[in-house]
Design a protein around this ligand. Structure first.
Ligand code: NAD
Length: 259
């Protein structure tokens, strides 16, 4: 019997934990922040712009919220983010690497500037935030949970998004690598691979009638994902229920990959 089962505690209960969620002002990051808060976690939300909307949604759940403004296009704010969250609640237990950007252009025309911008936010900052959080998890002796936001393009090629595909394939790779290095330190590193969700990230696809119909026609669930569809997977991977889950890239995709 597991420790949580023996204690009678709901293994999905996040009460007493503190989670950092990057890109929490909108879209999937906002929904993940709310889901973790509903399960009892305090949430430190990271974004370049105002987090007021997310603060109101989280506080409505009864869980505390801290807004941290930071631009993750460089790794300059990484230490500050983890320090601020640690100082706020006395510990950090969960990191959700969600902030991400996408730049679309034919690969024949793709620029170095677009390549670097996407890789810096989606892969480099995610790795160094994971490193900064993991150092705290090791120092505290309590371990922790790292959840990276991957993509269908962690598994597939896509078109016209070479840096995005490289970054999300890289996220799947470092999820597995970090899981291998840190599992014995009590740190679970996993990823969620969202399918096609209705957010800013997919606005250009949804505005293109041909691409939009092609995508929708392939989703067995018959609809685009709503940000709240990710909440359960995020709570699971943040909770004691996933203590023996390491290095998975969990699709939440309406069945897209099963097709
Ligand atoms: P979104 O554009 O609404 O959100 C992106 C988030 O990243 C925003 O909160 C933004 O503030 C943050 N961000 C971007 N650049 C940043 C920077 N330099 N510094 C700090 N924060 C920054 O899109 P979304 O769909 O909610 O995307 C969230 C994550 O989910 C991304 O990693 C994206 O690649 C991934 N994803 C989305 C989909 C989808 O269908 N929407 C599918 C697969 C993966």
């Amino acid at each position: 019997m597991s420790a949580t089962a023996a204690s009678g505690r709901n293994p999905f209960d996040l009460g007493g934990l503190t989670a950092i969620v990057t890109g929490a002002n909108t879209g999937l990051g906002q929904a993940i922040a709310v889901a973790l808060a509903e399960a009892g976690s305090a949430v430190a939300g990271i974004a370049r712009s105002s987090l007021d909307e997310t603060a109101a949604l989280v506080e409505r759940t009864g869980s505390p919220f801290l807004a941290i403004q930071a631009d993750l296009s460089t790794i300059e704010p990484v230490e500050r983010i983890v320090e601020a969250a640690q100082a706020w609640r006395g510990s950090v237990d969960v990191l959700v690497n969600n902030a991400g950007i996408i730049r679309r252009a034919d690969s024949l025309d793709y620029t170095e500037a677009d390549w670097d911008a996407v890789m810096d936010v989606n892969l480099k900052s995610a790795f160094f935030l994971a490193q900064a959080a993991a150092r705290r998890f090791v120092a505290s002796g309590r371990g922790g949970k790292i959840i990276n936001i991957a993509s269908m393009l962690s598994f597939q090629g896509g078109i016209r998004v070479p840096a995005y595909t490289a970054s999300k394939s890289g996220i799947a790779g470092i999820t597995r690598l970090l899981a291998c290095e840190w599992a014995q330190k009590g740190i679970n590193v996993n990823a969620i691979a969202p399918g096609y969700f209705a957010t800013n990230n997919t606005e250009a696809l949804r505005d293109d009638p041909k691409r939009s119909a092609e995508i929708l026609g392939r989703i067995p669930a018959g609809r685009w994902g709503q940000p709240s569809d990710l909440g359960g997977a995020a709570v699971f991977l943040a909770s004691a229920a996933s203590d023996y889950v390491h290095g998975v890239v969990l699709p939440v995709d309406g069945g897209w990959l099963a097709r």
